[in-house]
Design a protein around this ligand. Structure first.
Ligand SMILES: Cc1cc2nc3c(=O)[nH]c(=O)nc-3n(C[C@H](O)[C@H](O)[C@H](O)COP(=O)(O)O)c2cc1C
Length: 187
């Protein structure tokens, strides 16, 4: 990895890692922990489906009836935590989630999805429903967009970047709406 000595380098590092996460299944940045606030806080792993470095948007897919969507409806403020053990990097992205359901964005994402990914969205009963045994659910696959599919876009406000280094850790805060605010912080 190129040495990171400026805040511009930090921005480049974030973009290249997140873009790699979208394209490369083997990347450590392929998944992240999505943290939401409900009655109690919750975190879960999701797949990074999109990163738009121009508009500062992170995208993931989920079931419209999942608990995380309930959380996002009551509080759209989220934190997305990425960690790569091999790169010794943690990237924490803070932003506001917007749910795309039965709109142009979700329709076009559905069209680009592979069949295996689509199948998850035809499962009954809904995610989180108690069942009598581990296999007591089914998939009623139909040849149309699932009513359960939605695309969540997170408009990023701030990124807390931490690079672990033997000689001294490096940490920076990146403010997506105003580059001038970017700063190094004590790790
Ligand atoms: C590697 C991995 C990738 C996952 N990707 C997704 C995903 O992209 N979208 C999703 O909704 N759930 C995904 N899950 C499942 C979630 O972690 C979680 O168990 C599920 O969505 C229910 O979360 P909730 O009840 O908080 O909504 C993934 C789990 C793992 C282990």
């Amino acid at each position: 990895m190129k040495d990171i000595e400026t805040l511009v380098n930090v921005r480049e590092n974030i973009s290249s890692n997140l873009l790699d996460g979208v394209k490369n299944r083997k990347s450590d940045f392929r998944t992240f922990t999505l943290c939401t606030t409900g009655e109690v806080p919750s975190g879960r792993t999701v797949v990074l489906r999109g990163y738009d470095a121009t508009n500062n948007l992170l995208t993931f897919h989920t079931n419209f009836h999942a608990e995380k969507v309930e959380h996002l409806n009551s509080n759209p403020d989220v934190c997305c935590v990425f960690y790569s053990k091999s790169s010794k990097l943690q990237i924490r992205c803070f932003g506001i989630a917007n749910i795309n359901y039965k709109n142009k964005k979700s329709d076009s994402s559905w069209k680009k999805m592979g069949d295996i990914s689509k199948e998850c969205y035809f499962q009954n009963p809904l995610p989180g429903t108690p069942i009598n045994n581990y296999d007591n659910f089914e998939k009623n696959i139909e040849n149309k967009e699932s009513d359960f599919f939605c695309v969540v876009e997170i408009k990023l406000r701030k990124i807390d970047w931490l690079f672990l280094k033997r000689e001294g850790h490096r940490r920076a805060n990146i403010f997506l709406n105003d580059k001038k605010e970017d700063l190094w912080v004590s790790p």
